[in-house]
Design a protein around this ligand. Structure first.
Ligand code: NI
Length: 446
């Protein structure tokens, strides 16, 4: 569509033709988790074709997890299509025709599902931490900025990009639509648990999604679950719990994440110190200067980052060079259990010994903490208020899940945190220098 035409439609009411337009033939994507992803709506098809959405092919869903579970190479593109497909099935197969569901929200819900992770960058977790970014803000910036995605959404109506962004940001007044995409039992979680289980090859992430979809009901401002589906939901919550501890917080993937974070830190620090890189890190220049544009951000993907890690192995700076070699060749840090509340003195002692041995503790002695709350009921005023899962009883009453399920009650509201201390065991085993200091360090770490 030409730009003038696009301009003409701005400010008008909903362009009904485009919003309702169907492809002459349904398109399908073969998917290992859902078998097929079905697309009939032209708007969805056009969104998938935008360069911002295609970029998600070059960003892995699980970051560094592939260094532990070698199958975990799947992308955010796969996951985004999967979330869209789950939402499409809920709306078209379960909600359609029910009085509590307004089918005018269908396209909005599908677009929000498809685009919910659009702002994720390469190795998001570490990247956001080092450069102080937020993928949710970036998702909003892509949807509302001068992008191909924005142009497609604007063709639906002038307000449509904002409506989609608000659903994803959970600020929309359309609570039922929001709960389909982000709640404690939403399409996002249902997709990533099954997809991550499939690609890592573990057996924990499985649960009976077919059953859950069949017992979901729209109810005013939330999705509720018929009581008869409670056991399927218990299974889903347990599978989430298992996936966190067995896959997402795996200590070896965290070691790779620690190294990745330190590489980015080191590169940034060297840049600030006017270090002369052998090759100018042009893709990072604006982010190092803290004046990154959306356009610069969209050029970054994991192939770009890995390219720099590859060439930085040849850099003169010994820390940057060593950390990049470790990441590229999977020579990761070892770890020891660590309790920050009881062992802070030990950490201080280790830090001093690392300095004495000439091993920079800022880069080579790292505490990493991971924590998760498997399920929680509503606690107003807490840092992250979570909407509970409600069961729909036979008499029409709603009951909060943990009051009906003993299994869920046993794990609900219990945050589990795990701390580990990461260090390069190979440096410490090298007895050619500072033998005695290294012996002391090893004794403390054992
Ligand atoms: Ni997601």
């Amino acid at each position: 569509m030409a730009t003038e035409e696009l301009g003409m439609q701005r400010g008008r009411g909903k362009s009904m033709q485009y919003a309702a337009e169907k492809l002459t033939e349904e398109k399908v994507f073969k998917d290992p988790v859902h078998r097929y992803v079905h697309v009939r709506d032209l708007v969805i098809w056009d969104l998938i074709g935008t360069k911002e959405f295609q970029r998600l092919r070059r960003i892995k869903q699980l970051g560094t997890t592939f260094l532990t579970f070698h199958g975990a190479e799947h992308s955010r593109f796969n996951h985004s299509l999967g979330v869209y497909e789950i939402v499409r099935r809920i709306i078209d197969d379960v909600f359609a025709g029910r009085p509590e569901w307004n089918d005018d929200e269908r396209l909005l819900t599908l677009c929000a599902a498809l685009l919910h992770d659009l702002g994720h960058g390469p190795f998001s977790h570490s990247f956001e931490k080092v450069f102080d970014l937020d993928h949710e803000e970036l998702t909003r910036a892509i949807i509302l900025g001068d992008t191909e995605v924005n142009k497609v959404l604007l063709r639906v109506s002038a307000d449509f990009p904002t409506e989609v962004a608000e659903v994803i940001a959970k600020t929309s007044a359309k609570k039922l639509v929001v709960s389909l995409i982000s709640s404690q039992i939403d399409a996002d979680r249902m997709d990533y648990l099954q997809r991550d289980a499939y690609f890592t090859g573990v057996s924990y992430g499985q649960f009976d999604m077919e059953r859950i979809l069949r017992v979901m009901r729209p109810r005013e401002d939330q999705v509720v679950i018929k009581k008869s589906g409670m056991h399927a939901v218990e299974d889903y919550i347990m599978s989430r719990y298992q996936m966190y501890w067995q896959v997402y917080f795996h200590p070896v993937s965290r070691s790779a994440e620690v190294i990745l974070t330190k590489i980015l830190h080191r590169a940034k620090q060297l840049f600030e110190e006017n270090y002369a890189f052998k090759y100018e890190p042009i893709h990072f220049t604006s982010i190092f200067h803290e004046k990154m544009t959306l356009e610069d951000y969209l050029k970054l993907d994991e192939s770009v980052i890995l390219y720099y890690f590859q060439i930085w192995q040849e850099e003169a700076d010994p820390i940057l060079c060593d950390l990049c070699r470790r990441f590229v060749n999977r020579n990761l840090f070892k770890y020891a259990e660590f309790d920050p509340a009881k062992e802070y003195k030990k950490l201080a002692k280790l830090t001093a010994l690392f300095e004495q041995a000439g091993i920079d503790p800022d880069y080579y002695l790292v505490v990493d903490s991971s924590s998760d709350l498997p399920y929680d009921f509503y606690r107003p005023g807490e840092e992250e208020e979570r909407l509970p899962i409600h069961l729909l009883m036979k008499n029409g009453e709603l009951r909060e899940l943990s009051r009906e399920s003993e299994i869920v009650d046993a794990i609900s509201g219990k945050r589990r945190t795990d701390h580990k201390l990461y260090y390069p065991a190979d440096f410490l085993d090298d007895d050619t220098t500072d033998k005695e200091i290294k012996q002391q360090i090893r004794a403390l770490l054992e």
